[in-house]
Design a protein around this ligand. Sequence first.
Ligand SMILES: Cc1cc2nc3c(=O)[nH]c(=O)nc-3n(C[C@H](O)[C@H](O)[C@H](O)COP(=O)(O)OP(=O)(O)OC[C@H]3O[C@@H](n4cnc5c(N)ncnc54)[C@H](O)[C@@H]3O)c2cc1C
Length: 386
Amino acid sequence: MNDVDTTIAALRRFIDDEVKPFEREHAIGYEGQPAKAVLKQLWQRSAALGFYGLMLPREQGGAGFNAEQMCRVKEAVASSGAVLSQHVLGELSGPPRVGYLFRVATADQVQRFLKPICAAELAVCFALTEEQAGSDAAAIATRAVRDGDHYVLNGRKRFISGAPYADVAIVLAVTEPGQGSKGISAFFVDMHAPGMQVVCDYVAMHGQASHADLVMNDLRVPAANLIGQEGAGFRLGIGRINLNRLLHCATVLGWADLCLRLSIERATQRSQFGKPIGQFQAIQHLLADMATELYAARAMVMDAARRLDAGSELRMEASMCKLQVTEKAFVIADKAVQIHGGTGLVRGHPVEWMFRMLRMMRILTGTSEILRNTVAKELLEAGRGA
Ligand SMILES: Cc1cc2nc3c(=O)[nH]c(=O)nc-3n(C[C@H](O)[C@H](O)[C@H](O)COP(=O)(O)OP(=O)(O)OC[C@H]3O[C@@H](n4cnc5c(N)ncnc54)[C@H](O)[C@@H]3O)c2cc1C
């Protein structure tokens, strides 16, 4: 499967014919958290159909899509409205989280971790953030101290997506204190090893208990689990940040697109004062603004993706995209709630949930302020014009 339109059509069929009925069968809604065994069924079905690892390069069994094609696929999946849409491509615990590690992992690590993760046999999470190190990610304090053929890890990671159901974590820890980002190393860590505790005592505003803290107390990790060289962990962790930011944008575009489609539907079906609300100019203008904002945001992402595919260095543009897309998508979701009236305020309605989810996206994977910092730095220090 390597043609993007065929792939999108096949994904839509899978989501409509299998994923949505699966959600109904297991009573899965936007809130809460399905059991791991239930999620695993979906991951493995998706893997069997070739969708789970779709975003990987061809050598690793993926479709080998470029950035533009990947953005189109991701937008289509997110806009499907399936609650479990992010699990179809393994975004929360599968191949997209580890694809970039194939080039640095040892043969043993490929066999023990990467292949089982891509086959949906193991679930993975990525653990960088700590209580005192959020935007300032290089300020992490988790320590990894070499002891014979092991490293001993101590520290606490915060807000780790997928941690409640992960088998393996990619943990970033300090191996050389005082060296900043250059003293940070990355490890494959067994989530079931003695010394690892998963503390899941908070729920983010989207209502899904899919995040947790990792508490590591004298956790012994085999030295063979070090990823790449000592001191290379931070660079590895943020190595594909430009592409990753564009891919996050694509998911956000998908949710914004769904907000618009649901709003058009509502505007034609809901009548007040004897006519569909879509006949009031106030509602028409909301829809027109939503469509215009979506078109501009999508055009920006696609332009950046094409330039990335052509080999450009896009640090500034990828930051601009994530900033603009997440801020505008939230505005689109707000208008969608307005058009839905009271119905849009009811817990569990798709636009109500997307409003909360899209609010989160202005903070996750780089806050809007940090993105503005990056853009300004490129403008002022690197001397770039837009
Ligand atoms: C639901 C959820 C899932 C997450 N998943 C993961 C995960 O899987 N793995 C992981 O490692 N992390 C994860 N995170 C952490 C996430 O990446 C951080 O929350 C995010 O980077 C922001 O850090 P912070 O929350 O500590 O905010 P802070 O860094 O404390 O920022 C607070 C405010 O100060 C602003 N600010 C900070 N520094 C500056 C500055 N220099 N200039 C201007 N403004 C500034 C910020 O923009 C923000 O508005 C997740 C978080 C959440 C809530």
